[in-house]
Design a protein around this ligand. Structure first.
Ligand code: FAD
Length: 423
């Protein structure tokens, strides 16, 4: 039988609330107890600000305990695209933020806490020969100062990375890594409460009203006054702030885990133990589980489906196209979470009408959310250190978009066609 909970929840329980009593007043209210909210709370609490983190559900049960745990440089637009939009200097600084985010997480995960950090890198498979040529060219012509350690793997050698002929070669990104996402959540929760923040679960915030010196928050457990408020709701941003809702596109990301296959069988499929992603527009990503016993596979399986079990057949087919060796294995877990895309494919942080926010990691918040959460926390404290290259960028909206992504179905359909014909 397949269960509809994340595999990761079997190895680590979700974090606990520190209080069940809503105070009348706090200095800082953080809405959302994922990587962003907990990282920001750690900064404000450590500076002595009375900080409360509220989550609508269980703590971290949004994306932050159910993701793929893949850690990579995660600024989606290329340096060339960013240069065209913002000029070379700003483009360089934005790309540096992506590298700094990985570095920030690496430093914590290797020196401060255990979240199952594995430095095994990532194999990026080319779905066409043309794409392989482009990818190899890019790997050999990286922008100066933004270099990552990349090696090109021709098709004839790719079995050293993955036991498939599906790809036309690829590249290994040696600086990529992986974590156990729930353990990372627990570690960030530990840092936040260790600095004095309080955390409460099952307490949705229904409305925010501006007051003379801050905000009045109407919650499921009563009303609370906060001098500052951070919206850390990412793909779960509902109607609380219509301005933000018009700017993030919630997209379901689905994952499945195979039954335990045994470490040897997993190693035979993915000899380097690396993360695997590929160049198709409709993304798939997979990796050995943290204990090396299973394969955990994810992708855009459906557009509107809420029930992850209904997506198992499609995800399974996607996995079997790449690794037909897995045809008869059982799928034991299937789950879904809501990531937040933005119209310019960049994350955004700052302050709008007094309300602080950090969101829009475009499905790559494992390194970005802890880092930008930390930065927005510093901004709430008025610290120079909190400044980022993304500050002040327009956070674009689109006409006729109010939070329901009606355009996704035709776009994904078109992307699937483009992938299928190998363009
Ligand atoms: C299946 C899947 C796989 C992924 N794989 C990867 C990966 O391999 N690598 C990578 O880099 N990224 C990955 N991601 C994305 C990554 O997990 C997210 O970008 C990141 O966790 C976002 O963290 P967050 O704290 O901003 O948001 P979340 O962790 O989503 O937290 C937002 C929280 O806000 C709460 N909330 C919303 N509204 C309210 C309200 N009104 N009141 C109170 N609380 C509220 C929600 O309950 C939720 O807990 C994946 C995501 C999914 C779903």
């Amino acid at each position: 039988m397949t269960v509809s909970t994340p595999l990761w929840w079997e190895n680590a329980a979700l974090p606990q609330a520190t209080t069940q009593t809503l105070p009348d007043r706090v200095d800082v209210l953080v809405i959302g107890a994922g990587y962003t909210g907990l990282s920001a709370a750690r900064e404000t609490a450590a500076a002595g600000r009375a900080t409360l983190v509220l989550d609508a559900g269980r703590l971290g049960a949004g994306c932050s305990s159910r993701n793929g745990g893949q850690v990579a440089y995660s600024i989606k637009p290329t340096f060339a695209e960013l240069t065209e939009r913002f000029g070379a200097e700003r483009a360089f600084a934005i790309c540096r933020e992506g590298l700094d985010a990985v570095q920030y997480l690496r430093a914590m995960a290797t020196r401060e806490f255990d979240c199952g950090w594995r430095d095994e890198g990532c194999f990026f498979g080319a779905h066409t020969a043309k794409y392989f040529t482009a990818m190899a060219h890019d790997a050999e012509h990286q922008p100066r100062g933004l270099e990552q350690r990349i090696s090109v793997v021709p098709r004839a050698e790719q079995h050293a990375e993955i036991a498939t002929d599906f790809y036309h070669g690829g590249c290994v990104y040696h600086d990529d890594a992986s974590v156990d996402p729930t353990k990372l959540l627990l570690a960030l929760h530990g840092r936040a409460i260790g600095s004095g923040a309080d955390v409460m679960d099952e307490c949705p915030v229904y409305a925010l009203n501006r007051t003379r010196d801050g905000f009045e928050a109407l919650t499921a457990r009563g009303t609370l006054h906060a001098r500052q408020v951070l919206l850390a709701t990412n793909g779960y941003s509902g109607s609380l702030s219509p301005w933000h809702r018009r700017r993030v596109i919630p997209i379901g990301s689905y994952q499945i885990a195979t039954e335990p296959l045994g470490k040897d069988r997993v190693r035979a499929l993915i000899p380097g133990g690396r993360n695997i992603v590929d160049s198709r527009r409709v993304v798939v990503y997979f990796r050995p589980s943290a204990d090396g016993e299973r394969i955990v596979f994810g992708g855009r399986a459906a557009l509107a489906e809420q029930d992850p079990l209904a997506c198992v057949p499609r995800l399974r087919r996607m996995l079997e196209r790449i690794l037909p060796q897995l045809q008869s294995v059982r799928i034991t877990h299937a789950w879904v979470g809501w990531v937040a895309y933005t119209f310019d494919k960049l994350p955004h942080l700052g302050r709008q009408d007094g309300l602080f926010y950090s969101m829009g990691y475009c499905g790559q918040g494992v390194p970005l959310a802890p880092y930008f959460g930390m930065r927005i926390g510093q901004q709430m404290l008025g610290l120079e250190a909190g400044r980022t290259a993304l500050d002040g960028l327009e956070f674009p909206a689109r006409p006729y978009y109010g939070g329901r992504p009606w355009f996704l179905a035709p776009s994904v359909f078109a992307y699937r066609l483009i992938d299928a014909v190998g363009l």
